[in-house]
Structure formats: C-alpha cells, structure tokens
Design a binder for this molecule. Structure first.
Ligand SMILES: *Cc1c(COP(=O)(O)O)cnc(C)c1O
Length: 251
C-alpha cells in the first residue's frame, strides 16, 4: 500500500509538471503570456489525498461535477488555500449546497437555475461569479446553451444582478483529433467577442474562456482559453465513463 501511495504521489507531481510544460509551450506558440492561462484540476472521482498532493505542489483551483463530491471532500480539504468551481450539471434543489462549497459556477445554462441562484443569494446577501456553459459541439448529450441563444441569455441575465458573469465555458466536441475540436473553441471565443462588441458586458468582466481538457488544451489555448480543465492527464483514468457526469439522467 505504502509504495503504491509513493508511486501515485510522484506520478501526480510529474503529470503536473508535464501539464505546465504543455501550457507554457502552447502559450509561447500563440504568443500569449503564461499567466493568461489558469489550470483547473478536474477532480471528479479523485480522492482528497490525491487532490492534496496537487495542492502541496502549488495548485489552487479545482472543479467538481457533483455536489455530493464537493461535500464528501470538504472536510479533508478544509483550511487549504483553494478555490473551488462547480463544473457539472446543477439542479435547482442543490443550489443552497453548491453555494456553500463553490465560489464560481461555470455551468449555468438555463434561466431557471439562474433564478434559483439569485433567490438564494438574496437571502445570503451576497454575489456569485458564474460562467455560461455553451454547447459548442451541437451534441444532444452535452449540457449547455445552444450557441444561438447565448446573446439573448446574457441579456436576460440582467434580471439577476447578484450573478456576476465572468465568461463562458464549454466542453467541446469529444474527438481525439484536436483539429475537429477547434471549431468548438473558436465558436466560444466568437460568442464572447459578440457579447462584448454588442455592449452586453464589459470586456474586463466577460474575460474568461474555460475550455480545453487533457487531450486538447493546446488547441484551446491557441483559440484563447483562459482556464483549461484537466483531470485524466494528472490523476489518471477514471473508472466512471464521462457520460455518468455529462448525462441528464444520472446528474
Ligand atoms: C472531467 C471534466 C474535465 C476534464 O476532462 P479530462 O479529459 O479528464 O481532462 C473537464 N471539464 C469537465 C466539465 C469535466 O467534467
């Protein structure tokens, strides 16, 4: 057991170093500052002991897909310098819980959830950073707003002033060929530019593009990603298929 743990500790450190080299190389290739891209650890199914290794290694941003996992890992991660985002499908009856654990919800994709958040935030007298999740791959299995609806949605979000939109998030087409994923990322960036150019939000506010994962972060960075969300390439393969997290029936 012990040697197994030692192994995984070293492996996580090496994987993190490799990811940071990939991010640095991608930034250099597109002449972007390395500080312009943040690494979010996608920690679904990852136990707190492994997350702690990454935190001890200097990481500060994690994303969870399930309220249950946020809850279960909370005590073990208490007191650590850590920012937690919610990146999964959110149900209205979980709004109170998500607000307890996450400082940003990247996956807002319908007005009903925005309204539920606004109501709860009014009770708690506070604001919340959110991102709008867009379905840029046009696949039915993925959550997110249809790209055609994004501008209207941002307009409609003005009725929820406690929700502070910091940018857009997408998963993108799931394909081993990064060139096939590129149009998804480009679309997200175009939508962000349209939001700003139409005067719906200031550029300084609507600045985040959360896109790019283990297999395609270089392409995402080339297309303007400011947050890449990486799980597998750091913590190894998950035993659950992603459909478990990305499918409405099991969400
Ligand atoms: C799991 C997950 C990721 C990370 O995917 P990997 O391929 O493991 O890097 C990113 N974003 C979301 C929303 C996820 O659910």
């Amino acid at each position: 057991m012990q040697s197994d743990n030692d192994n995984s500790e070293q492996l996580i450190r090496e994987n993190l170093a490799f990811i940071h080299r990939r991010i640095a190389a991608a930034c250099a290739a597109s002449e972007r500052e390395i500080t312009a891209v943040k690494l979010l650890l996608a920690t679904k199914t990852v136990p707190p002991e492994k997350i702690k290794i990454a935190i001890a290694n200097g990481e500060t941003l994690i994303g969870e897909n399930k309220i249950q996992e946020l809850k279960e890992k909370d005590a073990a991660l208490a007191g650590l310098k850590l920012e937690r985002h919610f990146i999964g499908h959110l149900q209205s009856n979980k709004v109170k819980d998500v607000l307890r654990y996450a400082s940003c919800i990247q996956s807002v994709d319908r007005l009903a959830i925005a309204e539920a958040l606004q109501k709860r935030l009014e009770l708690e007298s506070r604001q919340l950073d959110i991102m709008i999740q867009v379905n840029t791959s046009f696949e039915e299995s993925k959550f997110g707003l249809h790209p055609d609806q994004v501008l209207h949605f941002v307009e409609a979000m003005k009725q929820f002033p406690l929700l502070h939109i910091t940018g857009l998030m997408t998963i993108g087409l799931f394909d081993a060929d990064p060139e096939k994923v590129r149009p998804s990322f480009r679309l997200l960036r175009t939508l962000r530019d349209e939001i700003v150019n139409n005067g719906l939000l200031p550029a300084a506010q609507c600045r985040e593009l959360s896109m790019g994962m283990s297999g395609d972060l270089e392409t995402a960075i080339a297309e303007g990603a400011t947050i890449v969300r990486v799980g597998t390439a750091i913590f190894g393969k998950r035993s659950y298929p992603d459909s478990y997290y990305w499918n409405e029936q099991t969400a």
